[in-house]
Design a protein around this ligand. Structure first.
Ligand code: ZN
Ligand code: ZN
Length: 65
């Protein structure tokens, strides 16, 4: 059985925002920040975080379609 490991065959190396395992993201991916998290609910985290498949399942429960 062939298992597709990466969602994007081409992309750049990035790190999961949760467990920091290396993943591949879209080449045009850029982390966007709301602010540095001071007195803000964003906690300085990127507003478009990327996660590895494991964390994505942990966080979203199911793979969203
Ligand atoms: Zn992860
Ligand atoms: Zn903020």
């Amino acid at each position: 059985m062939k298992k597709q490991r990466w969602r994007w065959t081409k992309g750049k190396l990035w790190f999961c925002d949760s467990c920091f395992t290396s993943i591949r993201v879209k080449r045009n991916y850029k982390p966007e920040h709301c602010c540095n998290g001071f007195e803000c609910g964003c906690y300085g985290m990127p507003i478009n975080p990327v996660f590895c498949d494991k964390c994505e399942q942990k966080i979203f429960g199911k793979v969203l379609r």
